[in-house]
Design a protein. Structure first.
Length: 435
Protein backbone atom coordinates (compact mmCIF):
# COMPACT_ATOMS: atom_id res chain seq x y z
CA UNK A 1 0.00 0.00 0.00
CA UNK A 2 1.14 3.52 -0.72
CA UNK A 3 -0.01 6.93 -1.90
CA UNK A 4 -1.53 6.76 -5.38
CA UNK A 5 1.32 8.04 -7.53
CA UNK A 6 1.10 7.06 -11.23
CA UNK A 7 4.13 5.23 -12.65
CA UNK A 8 5.94 7.49 -15.13
CA UNK A 9 9.31 5.77 -15.49
CA UNK A 10 10.85 2.42 -16.32
CA UNK A 11 14.32 0.92 -16.50
CA UNK A 12 15.43 -2.44 -17.95
CA UNK A 13 18.93 -3.74 -18.44
CA UNK A 14 20.76 -6.82 -19.67
CA UNK A 15 22.18 -7.33 -16.15
CA UNK A 16 19.74 -9.10 -13.78
CA UNK A 17 21.27 -7.61 -10.60
CA UNK A 18 20.58 -4.07 -11.89
CA UNK A 19 16.94 -4.98 -12.59
CA UNK A 20 16.62 -6.40 -9.06
CA UNK A 21 18.14 -3.26 -7.51
CA UNK A 22 15.75 -1.03 -9.49
CA UNK A 23 12.76 -3.17 -8.44
CA UNK A 24 13.85 -3.09 -4.78
CA UNK A 25 14.42 0.68 -4.87
CA UNK A 26 10.88 1.30 -6.14
CA UNK A 27 9.43 -1.08 -3.55
CA UNK A 28 11.15 0.90 -0.79
CA UNK A 29 10.16 4.24 -2.27
CA UNK A 30 6.48 3.31 -2.60
CA UNK A 31 6.01 1.43 0.66
CA UNK A 32 7.44 4.47 2.46
CA UNK A 33 5.09 6.92 0.77
CA UNK A 34 1.97 7.65 2.79
CA UNK A 35 0.91 11.25 2.23
CA UNK A 36 4.55 12.19 2.75
CA UNK A 37 7.84 10.32 2.33
CA UNK A 38 8.76 8.27 5.42
CA UNK A 39 11.93 6.47 6.47
CA UNK A 40 10.63 2.97 7.18
CA UNK A 41 7.17 1.35 7.35
CA UNK A 42 7.68 -0.89 10.38
CA UNK A 43 9.39 1.15 13.08
CA UNK A 44 9.20 4.94 12.98
CA UNK A 45 7.10 5.91 9.95
CA UNK A 46 8.54 9.43 10.28
CA UNK A 47 9.02 12.03 7.57
CA UNK A 48 12.81 12.12 7.84
CA UNK A 49 14.01 15.02 5.74
CA UNK A 50 17.45 13.61 4.86
CA UNK A 51 16.08 10.36 3.43
CA UNK A 52 13.64 12.32 1.30
CA UNK A 53 16.11 14.81 -0.19
CA UNK A 54 18.37 11.90 -1.17
CA UNK A 55 15.47 10.04 -2.87
CA UNK A 56 13.75 13.00 -4.59
CA UNK A 57 15.09 12.29 -8.10
CA UNK A 58 14.46 8.55 -7.78
CA UNK A 59 10.88 9.41 -6.85
CA UNK A 60 10.31 11.91 -9.67
CA UNK A 61 11.90 9.82 -12.45
CA UNK A 62 9.74 6.85 -11.54
CA UNK A 63 6.47 8.36 -10.32
CA UNK A 64 4.24 11.39 -10.77
CA UNK A 65 4.67 12.60 -7.19
CA UNK A 66 4.27 16.37 -7.49
CA UNK A 67 1.15 16.57 -5.28
CA UNK A 68 2.83 14.55 -2.48
CA UNK A 69 5.73 17.00 -2.41
CA UNK A 70 3.51 20.07 -2.64
CA UNK A 71 1.63 18.83 0.41
CA UNK A 72 4.80 17.92 2.32
CA UNK A 73 6.48 21.25 1.58
CA UNK A 74 3.37 22.98 2.97
CA UNK A 75 4.09 20.96 6.14
CA UNK A 76 7.66 22.32 6.02
CA UNK A 77 6.32 25.86 5.91
CA UNK A 78 4.09 25.10 8.92
CA UNK A 79 6.95 23.59 10.95
CA UNK A 80 9.58 26.25 10.25
CA UNK A 81 10.38 28.35 13.31
CA UNK A 82 10.49 32.16 13.02
CA UNK A 83 14.32 32.03 13.03
CA UNK A 84 14.30 29.76 9.97
CA UNK A 85 15.11 26.45 11.70
CA UNK A 86 13.36 23.29 10.46
CA UNK A 87 13.07 19.99 12.35
CA UNK A 88 14.68 16.76 11.10
CA UNK A 89 11.29 15.03 10.86
CA UNK A 90 8.27 16.68 9.26
CA UNK A 91 5.54 16.68 10.47
CA UNK A 92 6.65 16.68 14.12
CA UNK A 93 5.04 17.00 17.54
CA UNK A 94 8.00 19.12 18.58
CA UNK A 95 10.90 16.66 18.36
CA UNK A 96 13.76 17.23 15.88
CA UNK A 97 14.48 20.94 16.22
CA UNK A 98 17.51 20.18 18.40
CA UNK A 99 18.84 16.97 16.85
CA UNK A 100 19.27 15.46 13.40
CA UNK A 101 18.54 18.67 11.52
CA UNK A 102 20.97 20.91 9.65
CA UNK A 103 21.67 21.55 5.98
CA UNK A 104 22.48 17.93 5.13
CA UNK A 105 18.96 16.88 6.20
CA UNK A 106 16.66 19.91 6.08
CA UNK A 107 17.88 21.10 2.67
CA UNK A 108 14.60 19.49 1.60
CA UNK A 109 13.21 23.05 1.79
CA UNK A 110 15.36 24.01 -1.24
CA UNK A 111 16.28 20.75 -3.00
CA UNK A 112 12.72 19.42 -3.39
CA UNK A 113 11.12 22.57 -4.85
CA UNK A 114 14.12 22.88 -7.19
CA UNK A 115 13.71 19.30 -8.45
CA UNK A 116 9.97 19.72 -8.90
CA UNK A 117 10.78 22.79 -11.02
CA UNK A 118 13.29 20.81 -13.10
CA UNK A 119 10.96 17.85 -13.67
CA UNK A 120 7.69 19.74 -14.19
CA UNK A 121 8.73 23.23 -15.30
CA UNK A 122 6.39 24.47 -12.56
CA UNK A 123 7.57 27.51 -10.54
CA UNK A 124 4.76 27.37 -7.98
CA UNK A 125 6.53 25.33 -5.30
CA UNK A 126 9.71 27.42 -5.62
CA UNK A 127 7.61 30.58 -5.26
CA UNK A 128 5.61 29.17 -2.33
CA UNK A 129 8.81 28.18 -0.48
CA UNK A 130 10.99 31.11 -1.53
CA UNK A 131 10.74 33.06 1.73
CA UNK A 132 11.27 29.86 3.70
CA UNK A 133 14.46 29.00 1.80
CA UNK A 134 15.67 32.57 2.30
CA UNK A 135 14.95 32.51 6.02
CA UNK A 136 16.75 29.17 6.32
CA UNK A 137 19.83 30.32 4.39
CA UNK A 138 19.95 33.61 6.34
CA UNK A 139 19.86 31.66 9.63
CA UNK A 140 22.88 29.58 8.58
CA UNK A 141 24.70 32.68 7.33
CA UNK A 142 24.09 34.51 10.63
CA UNK A 143 25.06 31.50 12.76
CA UNK A 144 28.13 30.55 10.71
CA UNK A 145 29.51 33.84 9.29
CA UNK A 146 32.73 32.20 8.02
CA UNK A 147 30.75 30.30 5.35
CA UNK A 148 31.62 26.91 6.88
CA UNK A 149 28.98 25.14 8.96
CA UNK A 150 29.31 22.22 11.37
CA UNK A 151 25.51 21.89 11.76
CA UNK A 152 24.22 18.46 10.73
CA UNK A 153 24.31 14.71 11.16
CA UNK A 154 27.01 14.02 8.60
CA UNK A 155 27.49 11.00 6.38
CA UNK A 156 25.03 8.77 8.26
CA UNK A 157 25.72 5.01 8.58
CA UNK A 158 28.96 4.90 6.59
CA UNK A 159 30.53 1.61 5.57
CA UNK A 160 33.77 2.37 7.44
CA UNK A 161 35.37 5.76 6.71
CA UNK A 162 34.00 8.87 8.44
CA UNK A 163 34.00 12.33 6.83
CA UNK A 164 33.88 15.59 8.82
CA UNK A 165 30.35 16.95 9.27
CA UNK A 166 31.65 20.39 8.33
CA UNK A 167 32.71 19.12 4.89
CA UNK A 168 29.37 17.54 3.95
CA UNK A 169 27.13 20.13 5.64
CA UNK A 170 28.94 23.03 3.97
CA UNK A 171 28.39 21.40 0.55
CA UNK A 172 24.65 21.20 1.29
CA UNK A 173 24.62 24.77 2.58
CA UNK A 174 26.28 25.79 -0.70
CA UNK A 175 23.64 23.86 -2.68
CA UNK A 176 20.88 25.71 -0.81
CA UNK A 177 22.42 29.13 -1.49
CA UNK A 178 22.87 28.29 -5.20
CA UNK A 179 19.22 27.15 -5.45
CA UNK A 180 18.10 30.31 -3.64
CA UNK A 181 20.06 32.49 -6.09
CA UNK A 182 18.62 30.61 -9.08
CA UNK A 183 15.09 30.86 -7.65
CA UNK A 184 15.57 34.61 -7.11
CA UNK A 185 16.51 34.98 -10.77
CA UNK A 186 13.57 32.86 -11.98
CA UNK A 187 11.15 34.82 -9.79
CA UNK A 188 12.55 38.21 -10.84
CA UNK A 189 14.10 39.15 -7.47
CA UNK A 190 17.27 40.71 -8.80
CA UNK A 191 18.67 42.13 -5.54
CA UNK A 192 18.38 38.73 -3.89
CA UNK A 193 19.96 37.11 -6.93
CA UNK A 194 23.05 39.32 -6.55
CA UNK A 195 23.15 38.96 -2.75
CA UNK A 196 23.00 35.15 -2.73
CA UNK A 197 25.33 34.74 -5.70
CA UNK A 198 27.88 36.65 -3.60
CA UNK A 199 27.15 34.47 -0.57
CA UNK A 200 27.57 31.29 -2.68
CA UNK A 201 31.01 32.50 -3.74
CA UNK A 202 31.95 33.19 -0.10
CA UNK A 203 30.91 29.67 0.95
CA UNK A 204 32.71 28.08 -2.02
CA UNK A 205 35.94 29.99 -1.40
CA UNK A 206 35.96 29.26 2.35
CA UNK A 207 35.27 25.58 1.71
CA UNK A 208 38.01 25.14 -0.87
CA UNK A 209 40.52 27.16 1.16
CA UNK A 210 40.05 24.75 4.06
CA UNK A 211 39.52 21.36 2.43
CA UNK A 212 41.07 21.32 -1.06
CA UNK A 213 44.72 20.52 -1.64
CA UNK A 214 44.93 22.12 -5.08
CA UNK A 215 48.28 20.61 -6.07
CA UNK A 216 47.19 17.06 -5.34
CA UNK A 217 43.52 17.53 -6.30
CA UNK A 218 42.36 15.96 -3.02
CA UNK A 219 39.72 17.02 -0.49
CA UNK A 220 40.66 16.43 3.14
CA UNK A 221 41.93 12.81 3.41
CA UNK A 222 40.63 11.75 0.00
CA UNK A 223 38.03 9.15 1.02
CA UNK A 224 35.04 8.52 -1.26
CA UNK A 225 32.51 10.81 0.42
CA UNK A 226 35.04 13.65 0.84
CA UNK A 227 35.83 13.53 -2.89
CA UNK A 228 32.40 12.82 -4.38
CA UNK A 229 30.15 15.19 -2.39
CA UNK A 230 32.03 18.36 -3.49
CA UNK A 231 32.06 17.10 -7.10
CA UNK A 232 28.34 16.29 -7.08
CA UNK A 233 27.27 19.65 -5.61
CA UNK A 234 29.68 21.47 -7.95
CA UNK A 235 31.61 23.37 -5.29
CA UNK A 236 34.93 22.23 -6.83
CA UNK A 237 36.77 25.03 -8.70
CA UNK A 238 36.49 24.39 -12.44
CA UNK A 239 40.23 24.01 -12.94
CA UNK A 240 40.37 21.27 -10.26
CA UNK A 241 37.39 19.15 -11.38
CA UNK A 242 39.31 16.80 -13.70
CA UNK A 243 42.04 16.05 -11.16
CA UNK A 244 39.62 15.59 -8.25
CA UNK A 245 37.49 13.22 -10.38
CA UNK A 246 40.58 11.27 -11.43
CA UNK A 247 41.61 10.91 -7.79
CA UNK A 248 38.11 9.80 -6.82
CA UNK A 249 38.24 7.14 -9.55
CA UNK A 250 41.62 5.95 -8.26
CA UNK A 251 40.28 5.85 -4.72
CA UNK A 252 37.27 3.73 -5.76
CA UNK A 253 39.63 1.38 -7.61
CA UNK A 254 41.83 1.14 -4.50
CA UNK A 255 38.66 0.29 -2.53
CA UNK A 256 38.07 -2.67 -4.87
CA UNK A 257 35.24 -0.90 -6.75
CA UNK A 258 33.13 -1.12 -3.59
CA UNK A 259 31.27 1.60 -1.70
CA UNK A 260 32.91 3.31 1.24
CA UNK A 261 30.21 5.90 1.90
CA UNK A 262 27.21 6.64 4.09
CA UNK A 263 23.92 8.31 3.23
CA UNK A 264 25.32 11.55 1.80
CA UNK A 265 28.06 9.76 -0.10
CA UNK A 266 25.58 7.42 -1.82
CA UNK A 267 23.80 10.44 -3.31
CA UNK A 268 27.07 11.69 -4.76
CA UNK A 269 29.38 8.78 -5.58
CA UNK A 270 27.87 7.30 -8.77
CA UNK A 271 26.97 10.74 -10.19
CA UNK A 272 30.36 12.28 -9.39
CA UNK A 273 32.05 9.47 -11.32
CA UNK A 274 29.72 9.24 -14.31
CA UNK A 275 29.37 13.02 -14.78
CA UNK A 276 33.14 13.37 -14.99
CA UNK A 277 34.15 10.67 -17.44
CA UNK A 278 34.20 7.58 -15.20
CA UNK A 279 30.83 5.96 -15.92
CA UNK A 280 32.46 2.51 -16.32
CA UNK A 281 33.78 2.74 -12.75
CA UNK A 282 30.41 4.02 -11.48
CA UNK A 283 28.70 1.05 -13.13
CA UNK A 284 31.20 -1.40 -11.61
CA UNK A 285 30.29 -0.05 -8.17
CA UNK A 286 26.54 -0.08 -8.93
CA UNK A 287 26.55 -3.69 -10.22
CA UNK A 288 28.78 -5.08 -7.45
CA UNK A 289 27.48 -8.29 -5.87
CA UNK A 290 29.74 -8.61 -2.84
CA UNK A 291 29.71 -6.65 0.43
CA UNK A 292 29.32 -3.71 0.69
CA UNK A 293 26.95 -2.99 -2.20
CA UNK A 294 23.33 -2.80 -3.24
CA UNK A 295 23.79 -6.06 -5.14
CA UNK A 296 25.02 -7.78 -1.98
CA UNK A 297 21.58 -7.22 -0.45
CA UNK A 298 19.93 -8.65 -3.61
CA UNK A 299 22.24 -11.68 -3.57
CA UNK A 300 20.98 -12.31 -0.05
CA UNK A 301 17.34 -12.25 -1.06
CA UNK A 302 16.42 -8.57 -0.57
CA UNK A 303 13.37 -7.22 -2.42
CA UNK A 304 13.68 -3.78 -0.77
CA UNK A 305 16.65 -1.61 0.19
CA UNK A 306 18.10 -1.89 3.69
CA UNK A 307 19.14 0.67 6.28
CA UNK A 308 22.62 -0.70 6.83
CA UNK A 309 25.28 -2.25 4.60
CA UNK A 310 25.88 -5.40 6.71
CA UNK A 311 22.85 -7.68 6.59
CA UNK A 312 23.47 -8.76 10.19
CA UNK A 313 24.12 -5.34 11.76
CA UNK A 314 23.32 -5.02 15.46
CA UNK A 315 21.49 -1.69 15.06
CA UNK A 316 20.02 0.48 12.30
CA UNK A 317 18.83 -2.64 10.54
CA UNK A 318 15.47 -1.82 9.02
CA UNK A 319 14.95 -4.12 6.03
CA UNK A 320 12.98 -1.45 4.17
CA UNK A 321 14.53 2.00 3.89
CA UNK A 322 14.67 4.40 0.95
CA UNK A 323 17.68 6.39 2.15
CA UNK A 324 20.25 4.55 0.01
CA UNK A 325 17.93 4.87 -3.00
CA UNK A 326 19.75 7.37 -5.28
CA UNK A 327 20.87 4.44 -7.44
CA UNK A 328 17.35 4.38 -8.95
CA UNK A 329 17.73 7.94 -10.29
CA UNK A 330 21.31 7.28 -11.37
CA UNK A 331 20.12 4.51 -13.72
CA UNK A 332 18.01 7.08 -15.59
CA UNK A 333 20.79 9.67 -15.61
CA UNK A 334 23.89 7.66 -16.54
CA UNK A 335 23.16 4.47 -18.54
CA UNK A 336 19.73 5.91 -19.49
CA UNK A 337 21.13 9.39 -20.09
CA UNK A 338 17.83 11.25 -19.60
CA UNK A 339 18.21 14.57 -17.78
CA UNK A 340 16.08 17.73 -17.50
CA UNK A 341 17.60 21.01 -18.65
CA UNK A 342 17.26 23.84 -16.10
CA UNK A 343 17.20 26.42 -18.95
CA UNK A 344 14.08 24.74 -20.39
CA UNK A 345 12.69 22.72 -17.46
CA UNK A 346 9.92 20.14 -17.43
CA UNK A 347 11.74 18.25 -20.20
CA UNK A 348 10.84 20.96 -22.72
CA UNK A 349 14.44 20.34 -23.73
CA UNK A 350 15.94 16.97 -22.84
CA UNK A 351 19.65 16.54 -22.21
CA UNK A 352 20.29 13.08 -23.61
CA UNK A 353 23.62 11.54 -22.76
CA UNK A 354 23.37 7.76 -22.37
CA UNK A 355 26.56 6.14 -21.11
CA UNK A 356 27.36 2.82 -22.77
CA UNK A 357 29.18 1.05 -19.96
CA UNK A 358 31.43 -1.97 -19.82
CA UNK A 359 29.49 -4.95 -18.49
CA UNK A 360 26.13 -4.06 -20.04
CA UNK A 361 24.95 -5.26 -23.46
CA UNK A 362 21.73 -3.27 -23.52
CA UNK A 363 19.83 -0.73 -21.49
CA UNK A 364 16.51 1.05 -21.76
CA UNK A 365 15.03 3.94 -19.80
CA UNK A 366 11.80 5.84 -20.31
CA UNK A 367 10.20 8.74 -18.50
CA UNK A 368 6.83 10.39 -19.08
CA UNK A 369 7.39 14.12 -18.62
CA UNK A 370 4.88 16.95 -19.12
CA UNK A 371 5.21 16.65 -22.93
CA UNK A 372 4.97 12.87 -23.15
CA UNK A 373 7.19 9.81 -23.12
CA UNK A 374 10.95 10.14 -23.55
CA UNK A 375 12.57 6.83 -24.54
CA UNK A 376 16.29 6.11 -24.50
CA UNK A 377 17.36 2.61 -25.52
CA UNK A 378 20.78 1.34 -26.53
CA UNK A 379 22.24 -2.03 -27.38
CA UNK A 380 25.52 -3.39 -28.58
CA UNK A 381 25.48 -4.72 -32.17
CA UNK A 382 28.02 -6.49 -34.37
CA UNK A 383 29.12 -3.15 -35.80
CA UNK A 384 28.90 -0.88 -32.72
CA UNK A 385 26.05 0.67 -30.73
CA UNK A 386 22.45 1.23 -31.80
CA UNK A 387 20.31 3.82 -29.99
CA UNK A 388 16.52 4.00 -30.29
CA UNK A 389 15.35 7.41 -29.15
CA UNK A 390 11.90 8.97 -28.84
CA UNK A 391 11.45 12.68 -28.12
CA UNK A 392 7.82 13.70 -27.43
CA UNK A 393 5.85 16.40 -29.26
CA UNK A 394 6.62 20.07 -28.56
CA UNK A 395 9.98 19.26 -27.00
CA UNK A 396 13.56 18.91 -28.22
CA UNK A 397 16.72 17.11 -27.16
CA UNK A 398 20.44 17.43 -27.56
CA UNK A 399 22.66 14.38 -27.58
CA UNK A 400 26.40 14.01 -27.58
CA UNK A 401 27.93 10.70 -28.63
CA UNK A 402 31.54 9.84 -27.84
CA UNK A 403 33.98 10.34 -30.71
CA UNK A 404 35.56 6.99 -31.47
CA UNK A 405 38.21 6.49 -34.15
CA UNK A 406 36.94 4.69 -37.28
CA UNK A 407 33.35 4.95 -36.08
CA UNK A 408 30.65 7.05 -37.69
CA UNK A 409 27.29 8.33 -36.46
CA UNK A 410 24.22 7.52 -38.57
CA UNK A 411 20.77 8.97 -37.80
CA UNK A 412 17.78 7.33 -39.50
CA UNK A 413 20.16 6.13 -42.24
CA UNK A 414 22.04 9.41 -42.78
CA UNK A 415 25.61 10.16 -41.73
CA UNK A 416 25.79 12.81 -38.99
CA UNK A 417 28.12 14.47 -36.49
CA UNK A 418 28.47 13.38 -32.85
CA UNK A 419 26.75 16.48 -31.38
CA UNK A 420 23.12 16.11 -32.36
CA UNK A 421 20.10 18.39 -31.94
CA UNK A 422 16.88 16.38 -32.13
CA UNK A 423 13.41 17.83 -32.69
CA UNK A 424 10.42 15.74 -31.56
CA UNK A 425 10.28 12.35 -33.27
CA UNK A 426 11.64 8.80 -33.31
CA UNK A 427 15.24 8.10 -34.18
CA UNK A 428 17.50 5.16 -34.84
CA UNK A 429 21.04 6.37 -34.20
CA UNK A 430 23.96 4.10 -34.91
CA UNK A 431 27.51 4.54 -33.79
CA UNK A 432 29.18 1.99 -36.04
CA UNK A 433 32.41 1.03 -37.71
CA UNK A 434 33.15 2.75 -41.00
CA UNK A 435 33.09 0.42 -43.99
Amino acid sequence: MHSDVPVVGDVKSSEPIINKIYYATNNSYLSNLFGYPTDCPQREKNGWTGDAQIAIETGLYGFDGITIYEKWLADHRDEQQPNGVLPSIIPTDGWGYEWGNGPDWTSTIAIIPWNVYLFYGDKKLLADCYENIRKYVNHIDETYPTGLTTWGLGDWIPVKSKSPVELTSTCYYYADVVILAKAAKILGKNNDYLKYTTLAKKVKDAFNAKYLNKEKGVYNTGIQTEMSVPLYWKIVPEESVALVAENLAKRVEADGFHLDVGLLGTKAILNALSENGYSDIAYKVAAQKTYPSWGWWMENGATTLYENWPIDAKSDISMNHIMFGEIGAWLYKSPGGIKPDEKQPGFKHVILNPHVVEGLNSFEASHIGPYGKIISVWKRTDTGIRYDITIPANSTASMELPIVRNMEVIINGKISINKIELPAGKYVIENKAKH
